[in-house]
Design a protein around this ligand. Sequence first.
Ligand code: R5P
Length: 292
Amino acid sequence: MIIVSGSHGDHLGDLIAKRLGIKNYNLFLNKFPDDEIYLRFECNLKNKVVVLLQSFYKNISDCIIEVIFAAKTAHELGAKKVILVAPYFPYLRQDKRFHKGEAVSQNIITDLIDRYFDGAYLIDPHLHRKKNLQQMFKIKAKNLTTINLIADYIKKNIPEPIIIGPDEESYKWARKVAHIINADSYILNKQRYDSYHVKVRMSRTNKNIGFRNKNIVIVDDIVSTGHTILETAKMLKKFRVKKVYCICVHGIFAGSALNKLKKAGVAIISTNTVPNKKAKIDVSKVIYDGLV
Ligand code: R5P
């Protein structure tokens, strides 16, 4: 096996390679004057299982082109298999045509990966209407999860937490984490109007729960604009909670999300699937365990 990190994978490449006792190679990347991508492998791929590591954030379109070019090239250069490891995999939230004429991006991106890769490992992919990765990919795809790492972090750092999932989809993370640490959990109702406008509501039955003076931990897979968490925190504060934490898997923090969360007094922690200054939970072991 050989690990090759793309432009958005090298923050994890060395950590994973070290665990495997092998070397991490970086793809050699450059841009032509017109912005086209130039890419070159600087290692021998002949008869090797090539693990291509790429997280898809910021320049997502470039990240996609990079892995497609790299996978095709790796096969041409004699790789036995080419496996994509995507700590954060994009476009999964657009899993249906919400409005007339829209692209169903999830299908298109998974089709592309199917065409060029022999396998894919994704960390906590955003699964909503599809139950598992087998419903999305034709190639062998594995869902790696950070749930145990998140549970561990809470156990070590946050006394007597109550776990909150801000919307129905988040139950997959919130409920499981709560179960592992034996904490109470509640799932809220979210209505999304557009990228920046959401409304979060507590169900009638949950309103009688004793949230007062409690440490609340909102657990979600993705924080992008931060508005889901901001609305949830705003609502929870009405219950005079002690402190609001948010732990997410993928800390995308688009635009000024981190500032807004800081101003709202939310203590935020993420894993390092996407590198950022709140990334306190290292996922390299989860990837290592998946690969061996
Ligand atoms: C959506 O269902 C996800 O689980 C997240 O709740 C969502 O992507 C967060 O987005 P934002 O931070 O922009 O509200």
